[in-house]
Design a protein around this ligand. Structure first.
Ligand SMILES: NC(=O)C1=CN([C@@H]2O[C@H](COP(=O)(O)OP(=O)(O)OC[C@H]3O[C@@H](n4cnc5c(N)ncnc54)[C@H](OP(=O)(O)O)[C@@H]3O)[C@@H](O)[C@H]2O)C=CC1
Ligand SMILES: O=C1CO[C@H](CO)[C@@H](O)[C@@H]1O
Length: 282
């Protein structure tokens, strides 16, 4: 069967490829090679962040791939030290400059409530959002969204926005299914992007997943990514290893049964859980 990566449709009508290539913990030179390999392997969606300190490498990898900009979907994120209006404006320009891009497809507030803003995070997010909305109107960003937001963070933001968020990117794999956030996202037309879809590498020794991998003649990574897609999530697997980069995209030509999806649903806690954004110490 032919491998076809499908797109999801965002609430603003734009499309987003249903798997994104993660780049955390890849330094510039490594990120450049990995991103180039990923794009040449068929990925069209790249996820980075100012905090990863590799936007320059990611941008160089995009250029090295030779694939035209309009075929790609590139995301970056506003880091915790840059909340509020003026800082966010500058952070957007810095990300564009590091990436050597004229525009970002998606820009996210990385965390809703970082240290330094704890007594006024609602206002800080609204100010950052205003800068992000202006960047959309200026053509610097196509779509905007959030990451690590719980429902109460979105409740404080949504009534005040002119341009609605289109995604919420959260820690999401069988180990922590984040059902309250996923349900909220669905109710508010937010695509749920699943970060650490492989548990940052911790999913591979789980017996049930190994058994399913054998059953489907696939790798554990492919089984877990397939679970994520069948849930309607948008997984962001990261790898700097050519064979794994390719393997992680080869998930569009098989399907897990409903019974096997339930087995994976039952793996709660096997590989860590999400960090609470209101108490995480940064
Ligand atoms: N918004 C946020 O707060 C966050 C966003 N993210 C985003 O999500 C992305 C993915 O999450 P991340 O935590 O990096 O980790 P993942 O869950 O994607 O796991 C990556 C790890 O698994 C290994 N791996 C990848 N594919 C395979 C495979 N097929 N077989 C065996 N091992 C494999 C990688 O090794 P190797 O690279 O050596 O091949 C790496 O060690 C990030 O890179 C980032 O873009 C992540 C964390 C937080
Ligand atoms: O995306 C992420 C990975 O890197 C960051 C810090 O190093 C994390 O805090 C963040 O959530």
């Amino acid at each position: 069967m032919k491998q076809v990566e499908s797109d999801y449709v965002l609430s603003n009508g734009k499309t987003i490829p249903s798997i994104g290539f993660g780049t955390w913990q890849a330094e510039n030179e490594v990120a450049k090679e990995a991103v180039k390999t990923a794009i040449l392997s068929g990925y069209r969606h790249i996820d980075t962040a100012a905090a990863y300190k590799n936007e320059a490498g990611v941008g160089a990898g995009i250029i090295a791939s030779g694939v035209s900009r309009d075929e790609l979907f590139v995301t970056s994120k506003l880091w915790n030290t840059e909340h509020s209006y003026k800082q966010a404006q500058a952070a957007i320009d810095t990300s564009l400059s590091e990436l050597q891009l004229d525009y970002l497809d998606l820009y996210l507030i990385h965390w809703p409530n970082p240290i330094g803003y704890r007594d006024h995070w609602q206002e800080a997010n609204l100010e950052s959002w205003r800068a992000m909305e202006e960047a959309v109107l200026a053509g610097k960003i196509k779509s905007i969204g959030v990451s690590n937001f719980y429902p109460h963070h979105l409740d404080a933001l949504l009534p005040h926005v002119k341009i609605r968020p289109v995604v919420n990117q959260i820690f999401l794999n069988p180990s922590d299914r984040q059902q309250a956030v996923v349900y909220y996202n669905q109710q508010h037309n937010l695509i749920t992007e699943a970060y650490s879809p492989l548990g940052t590498g911790k999913m591979f020794t789980i017996k049930e997943l190994q058994e399913l991998a054998t059953k489907y003649q696939r790798s554990v990574a492919q089984v877990v990514l397939r679970w994520s897609l069948q849930k309607g999530y948008l997984p962001l697997p990261k790898s700097v290893t050519t064979s794994r980069i390719k393997e992680n995209l080869e998930v569009f030509d098989f399907e897990l049964s409903a019974a096997d999806m339930l087995i994976i649903d039952g793996l709660q806690g096997v590989a860590g859980v999400a960090k609470d954004p209101d108490i995480r110490d940064f």
